[in-house]
Design a binder for this molecule. Structure first.
Ligand SMILES: C[S@@+](CC[C@H](N)C(=O)[O-])C[C@H]1O[C@@H](n2cnc3c(N)ncnc32)[C@H](O)[C@@H]1O
Length: 278
């Protein structure tokens, strides 16, 4: 395949990437034949996967709007992906034009395309970093310029931690972020699960060995561990269409078919941990 001009030499055109497969499912143009082939195979095995990715973006938008309503004006989006419609800064800045957003991704295509789209917006920045290195993410000049950690932050970790194996302690990553932000901050999480899923989902998961970062399906109780030390806001950790839907009419008849559990946790002041529900 010929290398498009937006693809740097370091990118292997023969190996699919999670970010570009996701872009393909969301209708984006920043993916290669190898990504589309893998996406098509997975989609034949689990036809709901494209809908699941769109439902995840809808959850992202609702979570950002919710956080904005709670007075959050700055956001850290980890594993932000290749920009599509309804990105965090678009949703946040609709509510508050001064809202600030730092996007973080390890994938060079996601980072270069994000930089192109955000060029000229001084309230947004993109950091190319591995989210496992929380301290480097927080110490990056762009993060320090845009985010004031003395003020509440909205942290978004959607569709990311299932790329992090148990050996790299995904719950520990959330814990380090929770410790770095001040009380009043929120952390939104969404992860794929094997709970309530048919056997084809487990088979399709095995195909993810073809990408750099295979996908880990997790149980509800494993995912709840990621919220340790946070107060889960209503309705808790749920199949994502059930999380504060814009209208009951928009909730899918079988919300579990997406195979993604999501929720939002709030960091309460020390004396009020696990206090009032929102
Ligand atoms: C499925 S996409 C999710 C994009 C977006 N957050 C969403 O919910 O639609 C996952 C993104 O996580 C990124 N990613 C995977 N492992 C990562 C890591 N260790 N550090 C930073 N980003 C990572 C991938 O490059 C990809 O862009």
């Amino acid at each position: 395949m010929e290398r498009p001009n937006w693809v740097s030499a370091e990118i292997d055109l023969e190996r699919p990437s999670g970010a570009r497969v996701c872009d393909y499912f969301l209708g984006g143009a920043h993916n290669f034949a190898v990504d589309r082939e893998l996406a098509e195979i997975v989609s034949r095995m689990t036809p709901d996967i494209g809908d699941a990715m769109r439902a995840n973006r809808a959850f992202l938008r609702r979570a950002v709007r919710f956080m904005g309503d709670q007075g959050i004006h700055q956001f850290l989006d980890l594993g932000s992906g290749i920009p599509t419609l309804g990105n965090v800064h678009e949703v946040a800045q609709r509510a508050d034009p001064a809202a600030r957003v730092v996007y973080v991704d390890v994938d060079p295509v996601a980072v270069s395309h994000s930089r192109m789209i955000l060029d000229g917006d001084p309230r947004t920045a993109v950091v190319q970093a591995d989210a496992r290195e929380v301290e480097s993410v927080l110490a990056a000049p762009e993060t320090r310029r845009l985010l004031d950690l003395e003020q509440p932050v909205g942290v978004l970790i959607l569709g990311l931690l299932h790329f992090i194996p148990d050996a790299d302690d995904p719950a520990g990553i959330v814990k380090r972020l929770r410790e770095a932000v001040c009380s009043g901050s929120f952390i939104a999480l969404a992860n794929v699960t094997h709970e309530d899923q048919p056997p084809e989902v487990i088979e399709a998961q095995k195909l993810s060995n073809q990408i750099d970062t295979p996908i880990c399906l997790r149980s509800r109780s494993e995912l709840l561990e990621q919220f340790d030390g946070l107060s889960l806001v209503d309705p808790g950790l749920v199949h994502i269409p059930l999380w504060r839907p814009d209208s009951p009419l928009y909730v899918d008849e079988r919300p579990e078919r997406f195979g993604v559990l999501g929720g939002v946790g709030r960091k309460d002041p020390e004396e009020n941990r696990n206090g009032t529900a929102l």
